[in-house]
Design a binder for this molecule. Structure first.
Ligand code: PEP
Length: 252
């Protein structure tokens, strides 16, 4: 277990109507055991952000956007800006999720623009990086992750560790039921931290690096026992309060 406070973030993706989102947020809030150690954040779809913000008010639980545009406002039909996410009560914004990269053509350059925009309004990005199955099988995992990190974080200026969260999400493990072993994940997390030391100096020790990819209550504790795994970004298992609460409990 690392010295950094774990962050357990729920990515609800394109799930949950308003009423379903309210109920799930309420169940998570009410189901937390006193004295839990982690910070917890929920990323509902945009349509449910305001409703979930009300459910979480005064709880200390964080609200997160699943994506953002890189401009503050303008003629970008269908898009949501970081200013709007801050306005609705978000603390975090997921940036560069592999589904955005895969289905919406998001590039490292766009990720970089989004990170700058999110930081500029004082929100904390949860920046996702990770290799495909072909890249892992070809022995290119560290090169790919290093490239995403280098391009994504370029020209961000001096950051404190608290301003940034990274999520290592091997694409082959997302929504597939395949999980990286704790050793596989730790190898990449340690590599990410070594690169962060080059970019950010001492602040790298305070950046939380989450693991994401089929995290469940059964595998969460062994993953988070690794030195550089500082929490989890959870998709499927965050859609039911029992499994999400089980992951929070496993984080200690
Ligand atoms: C995710 O979407 O970020 C994710 C990790 O999904 P899952 O937990 O379902 O693999």
């Amino acid at each position: 277990m690392s010295k950094r406070r774990p962050l357990i973030a729920a990515n609800w993706k394109m799930h949950k109507t308003l009423e379903e989102a309210r109920s799930l947020a309420r169940e998570v809030r009410q189901g937390l055991q006193p004295g839990f150690n982690s910070e917890v954040a929920l990323a509902p779809p945009f349509t449910a952000l305001a409703a979930v913000a009300l459910e979480l008010a005064g709880s200390g639980l964080g609200l997160a956007g699943q994506d953002t545009h890189w401009e503050r406002q303008g003629a970008f039909t269908g898009a949501i800006s970081p200013v709007m996410l801050k306005d609705v009560g978000c603390r975090y914004v997921i940036v560069g999720h592999s589904e955005r990269r895969q289905y919406f053509g998001e590039t490292d350059r766009l990720v970089n623009l989004k990170l700058k925009a999110v930081l500029e309004v004082g929100l904390c990005p949860i920046c996702c990086i990770g290799e495909s199955l072909e890249e892992r099988q070809g022995g290119h995992t560290l090169a790919r992750v290093g490239q995403q990190l280098e391009h994504g974080l370029s020209d961000l200026g001096g950051l404190t560790g608290a301003q940034l969260v990274l999520a290592y999400e091997p694409v082959w493990a997302i929504g597939t039921g395949l999980t990286a072993t704790p050793q596989q994940a730790q190898e990449v997390h340690a590599f990410i931290r070594s690169l962060l030391r080059e970019f950010l100096g001492a602040a790298a020790e305070d950046v939380r690096i989450l693991y994401g990819g089929s995290v469940t209550p059964d595998n969460a504790a062994s993953l988070m026992a690794e030195a550089d795994i500082d929490g989890a970004l959870v998709g499927g298992a965050s859609l039911k309060s029992a499994s999400f609460l089980g992951i929070i409990k496993a984080a200690g």
